[in-house]
Write a protein that binds this ligand. Structure first.
Ligand SMILES: Cc1ncc(COP(=O)(O)O)c(C=O)c1O
Length: 440
């Protein structure tokens, strides 16, 4: 095979790169019409009858097979609103995974509750039910399960566990638009679920979010709280609860309605390409896919996740592998980089100025060690963003070809890597020089 692209050879996945396209993208002409309607209507917010926000709530809840949706400003405050809705607050404990975006845990702290980190399952990379069970105390009020990358949590284990202990199962479904468990879409299988529509997500509106539930009372309370404690169906300034303003604007809702039209087809295409990619990569064993599970009847994607097996490349560090893979034309990274508890935000100093200051029973986050999460963050995790899957099933083989090429050229890559200085790797697995050029 030709030389590695990193050292001047042609990129093995050039035919993939050319098909990936930009994200977010508009695939229908309706967006401009609806956005113009909002601009000309004089109602840029949602406080009018038959708002786009209301229409979107109905449409997305139906798509995700849930009874109720309450649209909000983003997928971080949606988690806060869920916790407020469940009356979870100061000093309560909420169990979360540490392999996630920080919002899954920082939202807990924002309402004064204590995030308790539990390890993930090594092959699914979602919260491990045994670890979650072991973390339950009399102060535990909920488990937040993150459908990591779009891969659903194990509802068969977590629903009975939460029921048995009289606590809530909250779904952080920021990554999981379209994901199905045993034929039902996720988001309202637990008490309440939270989605993000931030622009990198598979249903984007710049910023945005929604909470879903099948429970009429919880939906009513969430709606009240999201509107500063006011009732949506009563005009005037009567406030029934102390709460914040979480509302989505009608501009974002208009965009979401048009994006939602293209979502079902995109979910199908990603799911299909994801299966093809997992199978194509399985052969070399360098990138191990998440466990294939019959109960996952459809997989939505934020990213596809693999476990890098350095021993297949004579111990080559992940950063070197990623540099070579990126050069071949495959966008891939090490994910969020750190277990959430290792961020400076969880240092004793930072906690002193957080909503958790002064609380008894605070864990010593800087002493925590969750071995599976740490192994994934430090050496194994490789993520491929969802727009890559939209390049089409027929292009997924190019990713496997790129990996095979790297395996074949591993000695050359080792030699190249030895010329790199230690310390030039960022926590997300990219090289300093690459990331600087990518951002400039
Ligand atoms: C797992 C997870 N939860 C919550 C969020 C927060 O969503 P937002 O960025 O819309 O606030 C994100 C965003 O990336 C996320 O990845």
């Amino acid at each position: 095979m030709t030389a590695l692209a990193l050292t001047g050879g042609p990129a093995a996945a050039a035919g993939l790169e050319s098909r990936i396209g930009t994200w977010p993208r508009v695939e229908n002409s309706e967006a401009e019409t609806l956005l113009r309607n909002v601009l000309q209507s004089g109602h840029w917010g949602r406080l009018h009858t038959n708002s786009y926000a209301e229409q979107f709530e109905t449409a997305f809840a139906a798509f995700q097979q849930s009874r109720h949706g309450v649209a909000v400003a983003n997928g971080t405050v949606s988690l806060q609103l869920i916790l407020r809705t469940l009356n979870i607050g100061i000093g309560d404990e909420v169990i979360v995974p540490a392999l996630t975006f920080i919002a899954s845990a920082s939202a807990v702290a924002e309402v004064g509750a204590i995030p308790i980190f539990a390890d993930v399952h090594p092959e699914t990379m979602t919260i491990d039910a045994d670890a979650a069970a072991a973390a339950i105390t009399p102060r535990t009020r909920a488990i937040i399960g993150v459908h990591y990358g779009g891969y659903p949590i194990d509802f068969d284990r977590l629903l009975p566990l939460t029921r048995e202990h009289g606590i809530h199962l909250i779904e952080d479904a920021a990554h999981a638009q379209g994901t199905e468990w045993r034929g039902t879409r996720v988001g309202a299988l637990g008490a309440l679920g939270s989605f993000s529509f931030q622009e990198s997500k598979s249903l984007p509106s710049g910023e945005g979010g929604i909470i879903l539930t099948n429970d009429d009372e919880l939906a009513e309370r969430a709606r009240l709280l999201h509107h500063i404690g006011r009732r949506m169906d009563r005009p005037g300034y009567m406030h029934y609860a102390l709460a914040s303003n979480y509302r989505l604007t009608d501009l974002q809702a208009a965009l979401l309605l048009t994006q939602l039209k293209q979502l079902p087809e995109q979910v199908r295409r990603r799911d299909q390409a994801g299966r093809v990619l997992d199978n194509a990569l399985a052969e070399s064993g360098v990138l191990l896919p998440q466990l294939r599970d019959e109960r996952i009847t459809q997989r939505g994607y934020y990213f596809a996740i693999y476990r890098y097996q350095a021993e297949k490349l004579d111990g080559l560090p992940r950063a070197a592998f990623l540099a070579a893979l990126n050069a071949e034309g495959v966008p891939a990274s090490a994910g969020y980089g750190e277990p959430v508890y290792r961020y400076p935000a969880f240092s004793p100093e930072a906690l002193q100025t957080s909503p958790l200051r002064g609380l008894p029973n605070l864990p010593q986050y800087n002493q925590l060690r969750l071995p599976i999460t740490e192994r994934l963050c430090d050496v194994e995790q490789v993520t491929i963003p969802h727009p890559v899957l939209l390049a089409g099933s027929d292009r997924m083989g190019l990713i496997a070809d790129s990996v095979a090429k790297i395996v074949e050229h591993r000695d050359e890559l080792q030699a190249w890597w030895r010329t790199k200085e230690a310390g030039s790797i960022l926590p997300d697995g990219t090289l300093v020089e690459d990331s600087v050029s990518a951002r400039s």
